[in-house]
Design a protein around this ligand. Sequence first.
Ligand code: SDX
Length: 435
Amino acid sequence: MANDTLLIKHTGNGKQVEYPLLQSTLGADAVEIRNLYKDMGCFTHDPGFVSTASCSSKITYIDGDNGVLLYRGYPIEQLADQCEFTEVAYLLMHGELPNQQQLLNFNQEINDRAVIHESLRKFFDGFHYDAHPMAMLVGVVGSLSAFYHSEMNIKDPVQRLRAATRLIGKMPTIAAASFRHSVGRPFVYPRIDLSYCENFLNMMFSRSSQNYIDQNHYIDPGYVKALNLLFILHADHEQNASTSTVRLAASTGANPYACIAAGIAALWGPAHGGANEAVLNMLAEIGTLENVPKYIAKAKDHNDPFRLMGFGHRVYKNFDPRATIIRKTCYQVLEKTQSNDPLFELALAVEEQALKDDYFIEKKLYPNVDFYSGIIYKALNIPVEMFTVMFAIARTAGWVAHWLEMMEDSSMPISRPRQLYVGPPRRDFLNIHNR
Ligand code: SDX
């Protein structure tokens, strides 16, 4: 209720203080606890922020128990079914779906900003051919700060919006350039006549002899549709680790390119965005249907570091709605590409056996967004080491939306968590001869 509070009592000294409960639109309320240390002389302790809201936000809502995901109030299933990715990016950034003219203008601006400075393109020459594309992405996106220093006034809403659209526009170009460098192919420039996803596929797979999209502009619409869907599903996910990293960096006043580069770095971890690459590697390691029970047992064994990649989630204790949509799309894409990929059969078998297993049932471990996405990327001929890069392209929309939301709130303090100190008490220095 509106004036509910949380009463906290210190049983040691009997002091008790009431803290206001901040009301949510949907989901859990939050207790306003920032004065706890001043009032009670102690901190809260919540490693990994399991029960801690780091901010308030209007962008995305997740109901983990019921497998619900809303972008600005719209169910992900409806957006995934009816939108193009840039339409969803606009929604995340502005809070409302664009009308036709707004979308036309937005697509035009994104397309205009897709090109990268020729000097930035030369950065790729410094990487070994076998550098991981995520290493290139982190480095090159962070370097954008060096090219737009004249437009870095983060207090200016016009410059903020320009930086946001610039990042969304350039991410596919930088991503595709990372791939081209790794396979020794010449860089392909974005085209003004192609959509966001068409451009990316063209920049990735065109041969110098012929464009991936041939002269009469043909590209398999099924491929574009599948990529568009994956980008929408990966666009945002409230305060996940990489978005929280972007917000923490932004709280210091760092420029947007540095903040997004920090988000890319955080996304790379196999517990987060790196899981899609790890799932494919795991399925390849499992190899055959006969091996599935052995790996399920390994995942359950606490003495074995092996985890079932693509399974489990901090928030979803039910099916990740994105995994459900992606699994359905797998069937469509594999049918189109006539590739009855044995890894898909294997993934279905792993899911079926895990979901019947008490360990996974009790711990509410379900397939997450990363479990099936790699199957589709593979069918689109995207190499495994590019999978997390694909995640970063899509999540740039969410990262910049959260950055914009945060920059609009001038009251946002610098993020500076405290700690529970458990180190040695004060002691005097001993010189080396007395140790
Ligand atoms: C993403 O936050 C987001 O929103 C992220 C994301 C987004 O869109 O931004 O949704 C994208 O990162 C999806 C998650 C991708 N990662 C993986 O698929 C890696 C495998 N999953 C796990 O590493 C794990 O499930 C996490 C990291 C996803 C969640 O970890 P939590 O919430 O900290 O849970 P936990 O590690 O405390 O696990 C709870 C229990 C533990 O057992 P107990 O210690 O209680 O006995 O479940 C077990 C874990 O051992 N467990 C698993 C498991 N995941 C959790 N056991 C085997 N296999 C797994 N995958």
